[in-house]
Design a protein around this ligand. Structure first.
Ligand SMILES: CC(C)(COP(=O)(O)OP(=O)(O)OC[C@H]1O[C@@H](n2cnc3c(N)ncnc32)[C@H](O)[C@@H]1OP(=O)(O)O)[C@@H](O)C(=O)NCCC(=O)NCCS
Length: 209
């Protein structure tokens, strides 16, 4: 797994996932999915994502003997509690591969921990990990109707890639793609902003002179 140092921003800390995190990530995954997609995805699709199913999946993902350098899973803790995850890997989509050789998946942050900088911190670590192993550009798929998720990606400088749309789930959901031509810019854009003790963005330093 590509390893980045633990990044901290106030009470937000990101670290690479370990095999023993499978159960905890599964619980976070299911919670975040239910919170994010209720009303956006068919109920049966949401109901099918259970902790049991996801735990088996994450255990398999994290237990690969030597996870390739092009796939890395990061966790974020907010005030010491696991709050979300993000994944970076080599681009899986043929449609995007020509211009965007890396991919970020997610991030997912549980609602109770949102707007504390956890999402940005995850993207910063994930993109830095991709840059570290030689990726130059990054693409990300997001549900077309996921407006908050799209605003988040746009806030990090992601540009809607005109054209490609992915239809998944037997035609029941459509994803659009965002891209960053320069992974270093994404790392810089996502680098956690300083937060105060309550998790709010810290005010800019006073101007001098
Ligand atoms: C999108 C998501 C990852 C953001 O996580 P987060 O920890 O709340 O994000 P941050 O606190 O780092 O927010 C960074 C910036 O993104 C933007 N942003 C975050 N959530 C937003 C929302 N709901 N609406 C509009 N802009 C948003 C803001 O500009 C925010 O900065 P600010 O808080 O200083 O205004 C989280 O809401 C989530 O997990 N959503 C469900 C899954 C999802 O949509 N994932 C992303 C695409 S697949």
């Amino acid at each position: 797994m590509a390893v980045t140092s633990i990044r901290k921003a106030g009470t937000v800390a990101v670290r690479p996932a370990e095999p023993e995190d499978a159960a905890a990530i599964a619980a976070i995954h299911v919670t975040a999915w239910h919170e994010a997609y209720a009303g956006l995805l068919p109920d049966e699709m949401i109901a099918a994502l259970t902790v049991e199913v996801r735990q088996a999946w994450w255990a398999q993902v994290l237990s690969k003997p030597a996870p390739g350098p092009h796939e890395a899973v990061y966790l974020v803790e907010v005030e010491g509690r696991l709050a979300g995850f993000g994944v970076g890997n080599a681009q899986r989509s043929d449609t995007l591969a020509a211009g965007f050789d890396g991919e970020i998946r997610g991030p997912y942050v549980v609602r109770a921990a949102q707007r504390r900088g956890a999402g940005r911190a995850l993207v910063a670590a994930t993109a830095a990990g991709l840059e570290q192993v030689g990726h130059r550009a990054v693409g990300a798929w997001v549900l077309r109707t996921n407006v908050p998720g799209r605003r988040f990606l746009e806030g990090l400088g992601g540009t809607l890639i005109n054209g490609p749309e992915a239809v998944r789930g037997h035609g029941r959901l459509t994803e659009v793609a965002y891209g960053w031509h320069d992974v270093a810019r994404l790392v810089a854009a996502a680098a956690p902003a300083p937060r105060d003790g309550d998790g709010r963005a810290a005010p800019p330093p006073p101007r001098t002179g």
